[in-house]
Write a protein that binds this ligand. Structure first.
Ligand code: PLP
Length: 373
């Protein structure tokens, strides 16, 4: 099996799975219970929060657990928009955001908010000048991704953060693809809210977190027993939380080494593509090595994916949520239809090997020989 779809999701790191198992079978108390099992569970919960806040370089009580990136984004956008609606109704985001953002913004539009979506350049990034032009007195919320999930393009988050400093506008960053792929010190970024997700970095699915900078008021999205200081009710999924923290610890400790490994894999892949396929076109410009979007002209993505899948090579044609739909990201970048129709996203984890890339190249050679006949 050659799994090269790690931006869709990735396997759970063994150490993280072991921690989850131990919590499930031994430290299975409810963190709200007052007996020893409850107190032990609460200790695990707070240690986990500390491990994640350390990796983000923020304070422990600024991290709130959620069910994943989508819930964090919904909480951030709906909460910030409604909370600040008396100050204005204007929101800035981009055309290439994840569906979790775009569909939440659609909902806000139907409730009377006005959304400006920035257009990306052909390389997939956003111009700071375009952002400044779109910014208005009544802009109450800006939501942008750190790294695009389809192209790996990075956005000027630091510049925008600096511009918004001392302004009333709330700044949310979708760092689901950026967290632990790019080094960051969130406390220095002038970001008010940040969404992260566990299953992109070696933790199980169904766990994520929302960073809420001290002083930023976000109404709770889920009401109930008042867990997470009333910010997100529901008994905390402790096995997932502990596994998330462990995965974060491992990925953070190995960051430089892992980054280097992924860079080598990516360079190897690019070299092989250039050498073997004069009909290949790389889409966008990624700012981290983890994602490469490439079109093999004349080979429809879905068909090539099937050929590769038959050989045990797993990649995707875009984001996992867009299943078969034309990529809204590549379309927004102004890429021609035939190029979009043949786009493939290869996304690495530090655990991939050169053999995975060789298998991919071999599969594309065989597929292209058939499809381009
Ligand atoms: N934002 C981005 C950039 C993503 O890539 C994803 C997942 O693909 C999400 C948000 C949603 O995260 P989750 O799957 O944890 O709900």
């Amino acid at each position: 099996m050659h799994y090269l779809d790690n931006s869709a999701t990735t396997f759970v790191i063994k150490e993280a799975a072991d921690v989850a198992y131990k919590v499930m079978t031994e430290a299975f108390g409810n963190p709200s219970s007052v007996h020893k099992m409850g107190i032990d569970a609460e200790r695990i919960l707070e240690n986990s929060r500390k491990m994640i806040s350390d990796a983000l370089c923020v304070k422990k009580d600024e991290v709130f657990f959620t069910s994943g990136g989508t819930e964090s984004i919904n909480t951030a956008l709906l909460g910030a928009a409604h909370k600040n609606s008396r100050l204005g109704k204007h929101i800035i985001s981009s055309e290439v955001e994840h569906a979790a953002t775009l569909n939440t913004l659609k909902e806000l539009t139907s409730k009377g908010f006005e959304v400006t979506l920035l257009k990306p350049n052909v390389d997939g990034s956003i111009n700071f000048d375009d952002f400044k032009k779109a910014y208005r007195e009544d802009t109450i919320l800006v939501s942008l991704m750190m790294i695009n999930n389809e192209t790996g393009a990075g956005f000027p988050i630091n510049e925008i953060g600096a511009f918004l400093k001392n302004k009333k506008t709330v700044f949310h960053v979708d760092a689901v693809q950026g967290f632990l792929r790019e080094k960051m010190n969130v406390s220095k970024m002038n970001v008010d809210l940040m969404s992260i997700s566990g299953h992109k970095i070696g933790a199980p699915k169904g766990i994520g977190a929302l960073y809420i900078k001290k002083g930023t008021k976000i109404p709770p999205f889920i009401l109930g027993g008042g867990q997470e200081k009333g910010q997100r009710s529901g008994t905390e999924p402790l096995p997932n939380i502990a596994a998330f923290a462990e995965a974060v610890r491992i990925r953070n400790e190995n960051f430089e080494e892992d980054f280097k490994k992924v860079q080598e894999l990516r360079d190897y892949l690019e070299e092989k593509i250039i050498k073997n396929f004069d009909f290949a076109k790389i889409n966008g410009k990624s700012s981290v090595p983890h994602v490469l979007n490439v079109s093999f002209l004349g080979c429809k993505s879905e068909v090539l994916l099937r050929v590769l899948g038959d050989k045990g090579v797993y990649v995707s044609a875009g984001s996992a949520c867009s299943k078969g739909k034309k990529s809204h990201v590549l379309s927004a970048m102004g890429i021609e239809s035939n190029v979009i129709d043949s786009a493939i996203r290869v996304s690495f984890s530090p655990y991939n090997k050169k053999e995975d890339i060789d298998a991919f190249i071999d599969g594309v050679k065989k597929g292209a020989a058939m499809l381009r006949r």
